[in-house]
Design a protein around this ligand. Structure first.
Ligand SMILES: NC(=O)C1=CN([C@@H]2O[C@H](COP(=O)(O)OP(=O)(O)OC[C@H]3O[C@@H](n4cnc5c(N)ncnc54)[C@H](OP(=O)(O)O)[C@@H]3O)[C@@H](O)[C@H]2O)C=CC1
Ligand SMILES: O=C(CO)[C@H](O)[C@H](O)COP(=O)(O)O
Length: 457
């Protein structure tokens, strides 16, 4: 099988080596010649260079491929994807060829591109997760659509992807560009889990006066049991690292966190669709807040630093609270995918989606075994839900900020306790005559139910 790859950076180079190792012949191009050279020397070192052809332009790439062609893109998301697609059209790709955008593109762009390039070539979308290691040794691959050409590449992607209990973590999860939507939500969950772990670390470090090394030990113990996850393991490793001067590595790192867009899009889409994912939104805004010190408005409103109040934590309770909050982050993400699938008629298969997240990806975790059986099991975790409530209360007492922990507790409480929406309905009708709906289903105004002599001015 012959395939082409455009973009040989962090992901492209490693996916290229993986593809060649699995037996594919690869024609590869990057606008930066050094990237091609780097890939070639890695392939030589690993004794796989005979199946690799680096080309110096897209024209040569198209000529070298036997039609129908299969071309993968791993260039930065945005305008570059269109630039490369247009150049490939000029270079001679035709309607039987498939071009798969494997970057973190916005699914809305994917839908537009499918229309824009129809009759020119088959434009398909696939989100990939796993970073450099995953791309090299088996990523999670969230593909979508039913373009002609998938049948050529699919069996190969099934081999190239990670596998879990003998099943591939490649799947075509649904129709249209839903693969990119699923990858976007994967990243939204990723943001929430990363922030939640950071909050656990801060609670232990500042709230209970433990060193980074001691926090690493706790995370490590958790990782040895049912809480094992990739993000917890890397966090434990990072917290255990010390410089030659015996300083914790984390103490050398600035607090401002960047972002490339997928977390923000997750939040935007959830708000647009009216699906509540407060933990995911809180994680995006937590990143924004790490940058607040630089903004003009924040400088004008500088607050004095407050000291942390010490708390006594039960570590078993903390562990239960962490597990419960983590599960609720997946639950929110899956609810968003389900809602979007219904709204767009994508027919996303949630069990296939979960299968892609079982190995290779950044949000892989052992406790996904339970989620795979149906998210409803979360409702039976009484001990864990109580732990979340108690830990959240203690965390608040420290005076530190816990955006994801507290949003997650609020999310669960909102779903499981009486709502106060009736008063908000009444307020809207009181000032704006927006109407109210009563328990009997009647739609009316407050004034239809009671006589109001004079409204408050
Ligand atoms: N890094 C990660 O962990 C993950 C990244 N992704 C996504 O995968 C995609 C690639 O990411 P990543 O590998 O990290 O990015 P990099 O920036 O490391 O690599 C992108 C490569 O594409 C090259 N490139 C840019 N424009 C062109 C062009 N017109 N023609 C050919 N090559 C071009 C770049 O060259 P130059 O440097 O000279 O501009 C660079 O070598 C992105 O959409 C990213 O969001 C997805 C999952 C994980
Ligand atoms: O897709 C990824 C992991 O799954 C990429 O690493 C992505 O860049 C992460 O998002 P951000 O840069 O916004 O933190």
């Amino acid at each position: 099988m012959q395939v082409a790859l455009v973009g040989l950076g962090v992901m492209g180079k490693n996916l290229a080596l993986n593809l060649i190792e699995q037996g594919m012949t690869l024609v590869a191009y990057d606008k930066n010649p050094d990237a091609g050279e780097e890939l070639l020397s890695c392939a030589k070192l690993q004794g796989m260079a005979d199946r690799l052809h680096i080309v110096s332009d897209l024209g040569d790439m198209v000529k070298r491929l036997t039609p129908p062609r299969s071309i993968l893109l791993l260039v930065p998301a945005g305008e570059l994807v269109d630039k490369v697609c247009s150049e490939l059209v000029e270079a001679g790709v035709d309607c039987d060829d498939i071009i798969v955008d494997c970057g973190n593109s916005n699914y809305k762009d994917g839908i537009t591109r499918k229309l824009k390039y129809q009759n020119k070539f088959e434009f398909a979308t696939m989100g990939i997760s796993g970073g450099a290691e995953g791309a090299r040794h088996g990523p999670a691959m969230m593909a979508s659509g039913s373009e002609g050409g998938w049948e050529r590449v699919e069996p190969w992607f099934e081999k190239v992807a990670a596998s879990y209990k003998g099943e591939s973590c490649f799947a075509r999860v649904g129709q249209s560009a839903s693969g990119h939507f699923v990858k976007m939500v994967h990243n939204g969950i990723e943001y929430a889990l990363m922030q939640l772990i950071a909050e656990m670390y801060q609670l232990l470090r500042l709230g209970t006066k433990r060193s980074p090394h001691e926090v690493a030990e706790i995370f490590n113990q958790w990782s040895e049991g049912s809480l094992n996850s990739y993000l917890l393991s890397i966090s434990s490793h990072i917290l255990s690292l010390e410089t030659n001067a015996d300083e914790a590595l984390v103490d050398l790192i600035d607090n401002k966190v960047g972002a490339k867009g997928t977390g923000l899009w997750t939040a935007q889409n959830a708000l647009e669709l009216g699906i509540a994912v407060p933990s995911l939104v809180a994680a995006v805004q937590a990143r924004h807040l790490t940058n607040t010190g630089d903004t003009h408005a924040a400088k004008e409103m500088a607050y004095a630093a407050k000291s942390t109040t010490h708390v006594e934590l039960d570590l078993d309770e903390l562990k239960d609270a962490f597990l419960f909050a983590s599960l609720l982050a997946y639950r929110q993400g899956l609810a968003l995918i389900k809602g979007a699938s219904r709204a767009h008629q994508w027919k996303v298969d949630l069990s296939k989606t979960l299968q892609t997240w079982r190995a290779g990806c950044i949000i892989r975790a052992d406790y996904l075994d339970n989620i795979a059986e149906g998210v409803e099991f979360i409702d039976t975790l009484e001990k864990e839900s109580l732990a979340l409530r108690k830990i959240c209360g203690q965390a608040m007492m420290t005076g530190l900020a816990f955006p994801v922990l507290s949003s997650t507790q609020t999310y669960f409480a909102t779903l499981t306790t009486p709502s106060n929406g009736h008063l908000v309905q009444a307020q809207r009708d009181y000032f704006g005559e927006h109407g109210i709906k009563t328990h009997s289903g009647e739609v009316c105004h407050l004034t239809d139910l009671v006589e109001i002599d004079a409204k408050v001015r």
